[in-house]
Design a binder for this molecule. Structure first.
Ligand code: 1GP
Length: 242
């Protein structure tokens, strides 16, 4: 059984806090993680589209691990920035990238590093949903088979592909700080067709929105930008989820 399923057996719905090592000092990252744990977040994700220093990732994880007891999961943009002091790694296929490197190449190079470092991989299908008229950072970094908020059938196809290829979870992401989150309709349609855990992130900034995404069928909500701007506001989001 996948580790996310194990966690979901203990708590029906989960919240993950995403910390980008580029956005603050490792010490500040540790303090944010501590606050998020005190609010009831279930894991700290470490990563971001623009991360470019392995040292910064390592030191950020060191400081986070000093302050929290919950799992730390790497959310990598490349095999180059993997570190051995995190507990888990989202080993992700960027499902709707047309770019060989993002879909397969980075993972291929990263596989041997994962083995050598002994990090536990969580096989994850990662689907970028384009919800905004202004492209998010991740949309600028790769060439996408665009899945818009109305392309529900296409999202369902990618979700089924994820389940049928044996991946442990599907992470549907509207990118960092998009104009709007993934629609409730899309989440409902995907949830209806798959049984693996469904992680939803991107643009979730208030408790009501988080609650709606959970009611539509999300198992896990990811919050990133909000905790960079005002970590206290994560408390309400977690209340909305649980
Ligand atoms: C981005 O899903 C995450 O990859 C979080 O998005 O920064 O908008 O919370 P936000």
């Amino acid at each position: 059984m996948s580790v996310i399923n194990e966690w979901l057996k203990k708590q029906k719905k989960l919240h993950f806090s995403l910390i980008d090592p580029d956005k603050q000092s490792p010490e500040e990252a540790g303090e944010k993680a501590r606050i998020c744990q005190s609010y009831g977040t279930n894991a700290i994700m470490v990563g971001g589209t623009t991360v470019s220093s392995r040292k910064m990732v390592y030191e950020t994880v060191v400081e986070i691990k000093k302050k929290v007891s919950i799992p730390v999961i790497l959310f990598p943009n490349s095999g180059k920035f993997l570190v051995d002091n995190a507990d888990y790694l989202f080993f992700m296929m960027l499902l709707n990238s047309k770019d060989y490197r993002h879909k397969f190449g980075e993972q291929l190079e990263g596989a041997i590093i994962v083995k050598e470092l002994g990090i536990k991989p969580i096989p994850t299908g990662y689907l970028i949903v384009s919800t905004s008229s202004i492209p998010t950072t991740v949309e600028k970094k790769t060439i996408l088979d665009k899945v818009g908020n109305d392309d529900i059938e296409k999202a369902v196809k990618y979700a089924l592909y994820t389940e049928y290829t044996g991946m442990h979870c599907l992470y549907m992401d509207a990118g960092s700080n998009p104009q709007q989150p993934i629609s409730n309709e899309m989440i409902k349609a995907v949830r209806k067709e798959i049984s693996i855990p469904l992680i939803i992130g991107g643009g979730i900034r208030d408790a009501e929105t988080a609650k709606q995404k959970i009611q539509a069928g999300a198992d896990v909500i990811v919050t990133g930008t909000l905790l960079e701007k005002n970590v206290e506001s994560v408390k309400e989001i977690i209340k909305g989820i649980k």
